[in-house]
Design a protein around this ligand. Structure first.
Ligand code: C2E
Ligand code: CA
Ligand code: CA
Ligand code: CA
Length: 277
């Protein structure tokens, strides 16, 4: 096996059979991995502009597999989704996030958390009821919970997704369109969705320092978002320059390595304490 200390050896190209076996193992082992504590949630802080106060965190799932090492969510989330297990994954991330918000509330802090949804969550008619139960269980007010969904997620089956989104929105949960600018996004489309927030895809934010086209896209999303009364979030903020440009454009919230990488719970706590001290 071409792994060394859990990391894949550089230059090693797995065969189709190996890729298939790996996916098969991920899918069949996922539930047990949750129980074994291999799966966890990291949190990436988001700050308001221009005051740079912590506005919330995004919950990002992590899986350290005993054999494969650190797995990228870009690899295992689609596999879990295809296997019909996304409800289990989302339920886990939601519960961890609500526990976290609850702890903050008990410490007198109001910090929101954003959970990523996949298309298949929006095909589950029971999903809004599950969210209500989870909010009740932890005593978290709905406005402290955000769901992020991609445009392709909604557009693949709008007939099914829209009523569920409307139900979630009616609960008072915040809804955000993720990776905006990469899909079928259009003004007309955004107006039809019951959303509160738009997240500019990181590819544009990363490129805006060197590419005038990316800069123009970022600027127009900020304007479009504001004209629709939405909160505009930029992800992929890695440089001071980018943050300053976004601030000057009136972008509301920044997220990215410049502010912080996604952190495990204990390191997030230390980060928060260092900021507020
Ligand atoms: P996403 O929702 O667009 O999440 C943002 C990704 O950008 C994260 O990658 C984050 O670590 C990364 N990122 C944050 N700041 C920066 C930056 O300044 N520069 C760069 N280059 N990257 C940055 P991550 O954690 O690997 O997640 C990848 C994707 O996997 C996510 O993209 C999301 O689509 C999916 N994902 C992660 N966690 C979950 C989950 O709990 N549920 C679902 N359904 N999908 C998830
Ligand atoms: Ca996201
Ligand atoms: Ca994104
Ligand atoms: Ca993405």
């Amino acid at each position: 096996r071409a792994t060394r200390g859990g990391e894949e050896v550089r230059g090693y190209v797995p065969s189709m059979g190996q890729i298939f076996m790996r996916r098969f193992q991920m899918v069949t082992q996922f539930r047990q991995s949750l129980e074994d504590g291999q799966v966890s949630v990291h949190y990436q802080p988001k700050v308001s502009l221009p005051n740079r106060q912590v506005q919330g965190v995004e919950a990002l799932v992590r899986w350290v597999h005993p054999e494969f090492g650190r797995l990228s969510p870009d690899e295992f989330v689609p596999a879990i989704e295809a296997a019909g297990l996304i409800g289990v994954l989302t339920g886990f991330v939601l519960e961890e996030s609500l526990k976290r918000i609850r702890k903050w509330l008990d410490e007198g802090l109001r910090i929101s958390a954003a959970v990523n949804l996949s298309v298949r969550n929006l095909a589950d008619e029971e999903f809004p009821a599950k969210v209500v139960r989870a909010l009740d269980q932890f005593g978290v007010p709905p406005e402290l919970l955000t769901f992020e969904l991609t445009e392709s997620g909604v557009m693949s089956d709008p007939q099914k997704a829209l009523p569920i989104l409307r139900e979630l929105h009616a609960l008072g949960v915040v809804l955000a369109v993720d990776d905006f600018g990469t899909g079928y996004s259009s003004l007309a489309y955004l107006r039809q969705l019951p959303v509160d927030e738009v997240k500019i895809d990181k590819s544009f934010v990363l490129g805006m320092g060197t590419d005038l086209g990316d800069l123009a896209v970022v600027r127009s999303i900020v304007e479009l978002g504001h004209s629709l009364g939405l909160t505009v979030v930029a992800e992929g903020v890695e440089e001071d320059v980018a943050r300053d440009q976004l601030e000057a454009m009136g972008c509301d919230v920044a997220q990215g390595y410049l502010i912080s990488r996604p952190l495990p719970e204990d390191r997030l706590e230390a980060w928060l304490q260092a900021r507020t001290a």
